[in-house]
Design a binder for this molecule. Structure first.
Ligand SMILES: *[C@@H]1O[C@H](CO)[C@@H](O)[C@H](O)[C@H]1NC(C)=O
Ligand SMILES: *[C@@H]1O[C@H](CO)[C@@H](O)[C@H](O)[C@H]1NC(C)=O
Ligand SMILES: *[C@@H]1O[C@H](CO)[C@@H](O)[C@H](O)[C@H]1NC(C)=O
Ligand SMILES: *[C@@H]1O[C@H](CO)[C@@H](O)[C@H](O)[C@H]1NC(C)=O
Ligand SMILES: *[C@@H]1O[C@H](CO)[C@@H](O)[C@H](O)[C@H]1NC(C)=O
Length: 498
């Protein structure tokens, strides 16, 4: 720890030039002048360990499936790896100062499982635990409440090699043990937790399309993953109830919105099916006790949920944690194959005349469609009736941003437009549709390592120069800070921290 402390002091001293850059870049945020009142929910920024920490072989960390995937030729668009990324592992004190300057109330972070148990199971690496204790206590000392995700895609490679990772139920006990270790180590400080981030993405990209680690193309394995995720989530929540009785836990589920392409009954049903395949595959077992009928009817090999698992899942989410980015136009198509298997639908983002459904991002799957956000929030409220909902990711990658010179990229008007639209849509969902949304995490604080697309798709409101690690605020950072400046009054806290 003393070594870390020395490092921290150095970084604070070294933060001065960053402050200068920050004030230079503090261009008036477009739209900030049109006085908007603070939204009826709090603001935080979301991040994940493998995308920001770097230090991938430091202090005893083991290899994750993403460390191995990144080293496999042809898997990462720009050939990059997350070995250094934002070097957040060594620079987090400076990044906490940036958040303080923006008035950020909450910070969503993940823990790298291979830092804690380098082999997934087996011996504990105490240095890994110490790092996260240092991080969460520094956040709390700065007045920022940490929300912690246990699993953000960096499965210890050893578990993939030994039994096929999430395809096997053998993953459940190591996950339970890892979860218990972290609840015991951080539960006195951290009151908001999630077990897993976007199983929809890591099961289907990882085991069906193969575009993400571990790069497997076998939709049956993806559905085994779905089932094992639910078992591991339930097991971790069981530990949580005794370890952190005053905390709240959930699972981060992601879904795009599906809008019927036409007003035909068939397209309407297809759009509903798309959301059931994306979100219902995980949320229905948790909130309703079984897979959606539409999924069961089309995926005959999906594992059966036995009564014990259904019972363990019931009440396993204290709040609904939703990640959302975009909307698709959906048509009915018998035999329509997607990454999720045969869903009998087809999805696109362009109208017949070639007009996109919203402003296109750098990411080919992402268009700026705020009205879809409001519709999804209502859908979740109506189907699951959660007592509380927190949006745990929402953000935008500006077209061409990664190739722009700094002076241009900090003027990220399209990202500001995205945030303005989506936050207005969420405000309407709260005030007019009675969605019980209490908080909003923007994705992301820092430009980071974006998985299989490397550094070519950037979501941060703070730019990071990957040669110098210099941080620079974009207009969107100032926009969000100004917009939420009055929102602190509505912050609810679960209690006192030491
Ligand atoms: C807090 O939010 C609620 C809606 O969730 C709103 O009715 C109330 O006026 C807000 N309070 C403050 C002080 O902004
Ligand atoms: C760290 O990253 C490098 C580059 O991708 C990789 O070769 C190495 O295996 C990683 N080490 C660990 C322990 O993850
Ligand atoms: C995936 O899991 C299933 C069910 O346990 C098993 O039958 C199959 O052999 C596994 N596949 C691989 C590649 O490990
Ligand atoms: C969950 O448990 C509650 C309380 O025991 C019960 O009323 C409810 O029906 C259960 N829900 C499901 C989907 O089984
Ligand atoms: C930012 O970009 C917009 C166009 O996207 C332009 O109108 C505006 O002048 C730019 N502002 C600054 C400060 O460069």
């Amino acid at each position: 720890m003393s070594l870390l402390q020395g490092c921290v002091l150095l970084l604070i001293a070294g933060a001065l030039p960053i402050q200068l850059v920050m004030s230079q870049a503090a261009a008036p945020a477009p739209g900030a002048s049109t006085a908007q009142r603070a939204p009826p929910f709090w603001l935080g920024f979301a991040t994940s360990a493998p995308q920001i920490e770097g230090a991938n072989a430091t202090d005893g960390k083991g290899q994750s499936i993403w460390d191995v995937f990144a080293d496999t030729p042809g898997k990462i668009r720009d050939g990059s790896t997350g070995a250094v990324a934002d070097d957040f592992y060594h620079r987090y004190m400076g990044d906490i100062k940036i958040m303080q300057s923006l008035g950020v109330q909450r910070f969503r972070m993940s823990i790298a499982w291979p830092r804690i148990y380098p082999q997934g199971d087996g011996p504990l690496n105490q240095k890994g635990v110490d790092f996260y204790v240092g991080l969460v206590t520094s956040l709390l000392a700065a007045g920022i409440e940490p929300h912690v995700t246990l699993y953000h895609w960096d499965l210890p490679q050893s578990l993939q090699e030994r039994f096929g990772g999430w395809n096997s139920s053998q993953v459940v006990e190591p996950f339970r043990r890892y979860a218990r270790t972290m609840f015991d180590a951080l539960g006195g400080h951290v009151k908001h937790w999630t077990t897993m981030n976007e199983p929809q993405t890591f099961c289907f990209n990882g085991y069906s399309s193969g575009g993400h680690a571990p790069g497997i193309r076998d939709t049956r394995q993806a559905y085994n993953c779905v089932y094992n995720v639910l078992q591991a989530h339930a097991a971790a929540v069981q530990e949580f109830r005794s370890a952190v009785p005053d905390g709240k836990i959930s699972i981060n589920l992601n879904s795009d919105w599906g809008e019927p392409y036409s007003s035909s009954a068939a397209d309407k049903a297809a759009a509903q099916r798309m959301v059931e395949f994306w979100l219902g595959t995980f949320a229905d077992p948790i909130y309703l006790g079984d897979w959606p009928e539409s999924v069961k009817a089309r995926i005959p090999y999906i594992p059966k949920i036995n009564p014990e698992l259904a019972k363990a899942l019931n009440g396993s989410c204290d709040y609904f944690a939703l990640n959302h980015y975009t909307t698709w136009l959906v048509t009915d198509k018998l035999g329509g194959e997607t990454m999720q298997g045969r869903g009998d639908y087809q999805q696109g983002q362009y109208y017949a005349d070639g007009t996109p459904i919203g402003n296109p991002a750098q990411s080919d799957w992402l268009k700026d469609v705020p009205w879809g956000f409001r519709k999804l929030l209502s859908w979740v409220k109506n189907r699951y009736q959660p007592s509380e909902l927190i949006v745990t990711e929402n953000g935008f990658s500006v077209k061409g941003e990664y190739q722009k010179p700094l002076a241009q990229l900090v003027n990220d008007t399209e990202r500001v437009a995205f945030y303005r639209g989506y936050i207005n849509a969420a405000t309407e969902a709260v005030e007019q549709d009675q969605v019980p949304m209490t908080g909003y995490f923007a994705w992301s604080l820092l430009t980071n390592w974006e998985w299989a697309v490397g550094y070519t798709e950037q979501f941060g409101v703070v730019d990071v120069n990957f040669r110098t690690e210099e941080r620079t605020l974009k207009a969107s950072a100032n926009y969000l800070a100004a917009l939420f400046a009055g929102a602190g009054a509505n912050t609810t806290s679960l209690g006192q921290y030491d």
